[in-house]
Design a protein around this ligand. Structure first.
Ligand code: FES
Length: 112
């Protein structure tokens, strides 16, 4: 189990209907964030992992987007039903969920 604290940035951005970029909120990111928060609590990870809502992370075509820091791991196409796999694999075992990785590093937020 990882001891280092992790921050899960979950894009909550909402754009007007029909916007060409789309948005993570329309991809279920609000429910995703809530599910992640519940799981972090249930799995006893509070204090070691924190789930934060963010504005647009500039990876809109991959919504819903989750960025895990300080690992600089970016997940895309994430749905609420994927939350448990992220928590168990990434947060508990330190193994990124390969199937959800955004293939190319987005031009958005990076603290590295
Ligand atoms: S709207 Fe979520 S990354 Fe842009």
């Amino acid at each position: 189990m990882f001891r280092k604290k992790r921050y899960l940035l979950v894009c909550q951005n909402q754009r007007e209907s029909g916007h060409p970029k789309g948005c993570c909120a329309d991809c279920g990111s609000l429910a995703l964030r809530e599910r992640l928060k519940v799981l972090v609590e249930e799995r006893g990870l509070k204090g070691r992992a924190r789930v934060l809502g963010s504005t647009c992370l500039d990876a809109c075509e991959n919504g819903a987007v989750v960025c895990v820091m300080p690992d600089n791991v970016w997940y895309g196409g994430v749905r609420a039903e994927d939350a448990e796999e992220i928590v168990r694999s990434h947060l508990e075992r330190g193994e990124a969920v390969e199937r959800l990785l955004i293939p190319e590093a987005p031009k958005g937020l990076s603290l590295m």
